[in-house]
Design a protein around this ligand. Structure first.
Ligand code: GLU
Length: 310
């Protein structure tokens, strides 16, 4: 694709922003990565983001975050899509797939390059060792941007935000993180870049997601600032833990949601979120009742799981 095609695509993406964004008080999303089928923890995030948006008369969309191709697990994308149907969530826009938008992210990297904010990095994982704070080794080398990882130049700024559940969080990205990767050497666009660009292009105002992503928030806010995007509101949900104190995740083999049990699972997810009980019914009717009763104040600091997940 030529730069011209790619600019046209970016302008188109901007043009596709919902035209009522400025009038929308709330726009939220559920953005799973298809690295495994949806599990009970993902259901909690989907339900909370949906109810929170709808309770404030907001829009809600689904985005599949599938840029990290080596981590995609076969069949999981399909399970996610079937889950959205089975739980009768009603997204307000067509579901988007990040793997179809790679030229948009490339275009944003070019935009940052024009601002002299990115550089190529040839450091291997071995060279970086156990030090997770990148010291800027390649910053001044002016390597060509081809076939190398691309990092963004962090400045000495402390970013703070007030999470709706987790309170105030701050980080000085220069000291806590260093220049971070936007695109890997293998060409994979990093989640941090794709999430910031798409939250903006999809007109998001609110993010509701698991607390495992809390530490990513300051760098996403910072990147959004560099791109002149408006700041979002964040709510990080406590993580669902099993009885060994491990978070429910695809990595520790959390069970895939059994979609035949959708109403029961919905009831359990609302219970885990400490919401008022809803009657077993068709999922969309249960969701309607949950939205009418939705109360962020009830969400517990520690998520208890139903017995079957223990
Ligand atoms: N794709 C991420 C995940 O599945 C969530 C990203 C987000 O909500 O910002 O963990």
């Amino acid at each position: 694709m030529t730069v011209d095609d790619s600019s046209a695509k970016l302008s188109l993406a901007f043009a596709q922003q919902p035209n009522d964004v400025s009038l929308t008080r709330y726009s939220g999303r559920f953005a799973p990565s298809p690295t495994g089928p949806l599990h009970f923890g993902s259901l909690i995030t989907a339900v909370a983001s949906y109810c929170d948006a709808r309770a404030q008369d907001g829009r809600w969309v689904v985005r599949i975050e599938d840029t990290d191709i080596p981590r995609i697990s076969p069949g999981s994308e399909e399970h996610i899509l079937r889950s959205i149907d089975a739980f009768q969530f009603e997204p307000d826009a067509e579901i988007i797939f990040q793997k179809d938008r790679l030229d948009i992210y490339e275009q944003v990297i070019e935009q940052l390059h024009a601002q002299d904010l990115v550089y190529a990095c040839q450091c291997t994982r071995k060279m970086l060792g156990s030090n997770h704070i990148y010291q800027g080794t390649c910053r001044e080398l002016k390597l060509p941007l081809i076939d190398q990882a691309i990092r963004i130049k962090i400045d000495d700024q402390t970013i703070c935000f007030n999470d709706r559940l987790q309170g105030q969080h701050c980080s000085n990205l220069l000291h806590d993180l260093g220049d971070f990767v936007l695109k890997r050497r293998d060409g994979i666009i990093n989640y941090q870049l794709a999430v910031v660009v798409d939250d903006f292009l999809q007109g998001m105002t609110h993010v509701v997601r698991g607390a495992d992503l809390l530490d990513n928030t300051e760098r996403q806010i910072w990147l959004g600032q560099k791109l002149n995007y408006p700041r979002l509101e964040y709510m990080h949900l406590p993580l669902a833990m099993n009885d060994q104190g491990q978070k429910l995740s695809k990595q520790n083999m959390a069970q895939a949601l059994d979609l035949k049990q959708a109403p029961q699972l919905l009831q359990q997810a609302l219970q885990a979120l400490h919401q008022a009980p809803v009657d077993l019914d068709m999922p969309h009717i249960m969701l309607k009742q949950a939205i009418a009763q939705w109360s962020v104040d009830q969400i517990p600091h520690c998520m208890e799981l139903p017995q079957i997940y223990q």
